[in-house]
Design a protein around this ligand. Sequence first.
Ligand SMILES: Nc1ncnc2c1ncn2[C@@H]1O[C@H](COP(=O)(O)OP(=O)(O)O)[C@@H](O)[C@H]1O
Ligand SMILES: [Mg+2]
Length: 285
Amino acid sequence: MTSVLLATFDLMPDGEPGAAALTAALDARGIDSRWVCWDDPAVDWAGADLVAIRSTWDYHRRLPAFLDWARAVEASTTLLNGAGVVAWNADKAYLAEIADVVPVVPTALLDDADLAAGLAAALDRWGSVVVKPRTGAGGIGVVVVERLDDPRLEGLVAGPWIAQPLVDSIRTTGESSVYVFDGVAASQVDKTVAAGEIRAHELHGGSNTAAALDPERSAVATAAVRTVAERRGADLAYARVDLLRWQDSWVVSELELIEPGLYLDVDPANGERFAALVAGRLGRS
Ligand SMILES: Nc1ncnc2c1ncn2[C@@H]1O[C@H](COP(=O)(O)OP(=O)(O)O)[C@@H](O)[C@H]1O
Ligand SMILES: [Mg+2]
């Protein structure tokens, strides 16, 4: 039987929320799958026909080990999206790199060497500024600052960081995630934030709803994925493109090419869509 390993992490050994929707969809296609922790030394990666990174939501804390693992897996079997894409996508500096051709939230790079000067420039340019770590997930380390002596800077996590304008529409319109599987927009989840919050994650009171694909958001998402695939010479099997409404347009706030949650709990059909992608990659569609 064809076997697929779905990589997760040790605080979520049974996989992402709603995981059964994915394993059942794979099963229905005759594909045997198993959730395994990426850092479990007992796992036989080479014995699998394909490995899909799914809910490895500690990677940002352990990046060098995670990248070593991804390279080792890729050397022994098929790793969807590939280790090179994982390394590139782990650093939000990619937003500045693609800004010449992809509409993105304006992004400046900040590091310890010139943090005050970089922040002062960002504050001059944008007024309210979001600072977040270049390698991060789950909204960890996201702060909004309005002045250089803003007390919220005391809680700054380790750098380097990116700085962006505060996109106010996060509080009203929210954020959208468009899934792009094999280059085609497949589904959309819309996310809203809790009162007084800007972070869309459930952990911070955000809520998610399955939505019909919006043509404008789909076009931006697929163009972004195509650009990255071409520029990086990468085979992008899956992507989640997170979008914010900025100056009357939808722009990319994040490209999730490593471990985008599929929101299977609110859109179980994403399990079927991901299973179809995997089947295609295994030559079984
Ligand atoms: N520039 C911004 N303006 C408004 N909200 C933002 C901005 N950047 C991030 N956010 C909010 O913070 C959340 C986390 O930021 P994000 O860039 O998605 O990082 P990650 O999900 O990797 O932690 C977003 O989902 C969004 O709700
Ligand atoms: Mg995000």
